[in-house]
Design a protein around this ligand. Structure first.
Ligand code: GLU
Length: 287
């Protein structure tokens, strides 16, 4: 099978160091495999979106030498496909409407279990829709983090696939669009490691293929917190790409040329001798 990888930023701010690491890591794995590297813009959450950030992220990537093999896929244009997947889950009886509030669930231990709602149906308010989480252990071998296993009922609970506002949730859109783009390996940060079992379960429910997964160490700020676009932390400057690209490669323990002066030359040198298995087998490290 031909390798197809992707980078899937959410347009919630400028490209920052943490997302540059994910972009570089996924690009290196795809190029190392002689495969394709695709882009997806995860713009399915208008309330969280920052105007202009999709364009600025997409414009920044080539400045760092990261050029995709196809035009980006915008999730906002995939709503019909997300709806179709939702309808199939609903027709199969796998989802249920839910009016439970966060506070109610927090009181009950944080998880929604066994399709059992604490709130009564409310005719005047639309529900969220949850996928029932079976008492089943979903396991997978992460190419970097090793064997992972999660009991869906106990560790994830019935999870939202369509929000109260009528928006399809990330997990649903992600698996539908990974399949649509023919993604064979998902390379992303360990902040999403915990989401993977749910995504694999959704793939099974929808008869979609399961890609392989490689979760890169997460970049932490000085306080040990995830660098987050929404906190506008650590933007990287596409007008001066070489220093940030060097830092991203060093963060991933990837050797490169000490003398290269362009992003393209740095990446070319980084690919020589690149071996995905030698990426740091860490969940997180300081940026
Ligand atoms: N859009 C997600 C993010 O920026 C990443 C989704 C993914 O790689 O599956 O955190």
């Amino acid at each position: 099978m031909n390798y197809r990888g992707r980078f899937a930023p959410s347009p919630t701010g400028l490209l920052h160091f943490g997302s540059l690491v994910a972009a570089v890591g996924s690009w290196l794995c795809a190029r190392h495999a002689g495969g394709q590297w695709l882009l997806r813009v995860d713009d399915i959450d208008p309330p969280r979106e920052v105007a202009g950030s999709a364009q600025s992220i997409l414009a920044a990537l080539p400045a760092f030498g990261l050029v995709a093999d196809a035009p980006p896929l915008y999730q906002s244009q995939r709503q019909a496909a997300h709806q179709e997947a939702f309808d199939r889950l609903r027709a199969a009886g796998l989802v249920f409407p839910c009016w439970c509030s966060r506070a109610q669930l927090a009181e009950a231990g944080g998880f929604h279990r066994d399709g059992h709602c604490l709130a009564q149906p409310q005719a005047d308010r639309p529900p969220a829709w949850r996928l029932r989480a079976p008492d089943l252990a979903v396991a997978f071998d992460d190419a970097l983090q090793g064997r992972q296993q999660q009991n869906l009922r106990d560790e994830a609970g019935d999870f939202v696939i369509r929000r109260v506002e009528g928006l399809h949730a990330y997990h649903l859109a992600c698996v539908v669009d990974d399949a649509f783009q023919g993604i064979t390996e998902v390379v992303r940060g360990t902040d999403l490691l915990d989401s993977t079992a749910r995504q694999i379960w959704l793939q099974r429910c929808l008869s979609l293929p399961t890609p392989t997964y490689l979760h890169l160490p997460l970049a932490l700020d000085a306080h040990g917190r995830k660098l987050s676009k929404s906190e506008r932390a650590h933007p990287v400057d596409p007008a001066d790409p070489v220093p940030a690209l060097r830092r991203a490669l060093a963060f991933l323990d990837v050797q490169t040329s000490a003398t290269a002066r362009t992003p393209e030359a740095l990446l070319k040198a980084a690919l020589d001798g690149f071996e995905p298995a030698r990426l740091p087998h860490l969940a997180a490290r300081p940026a």
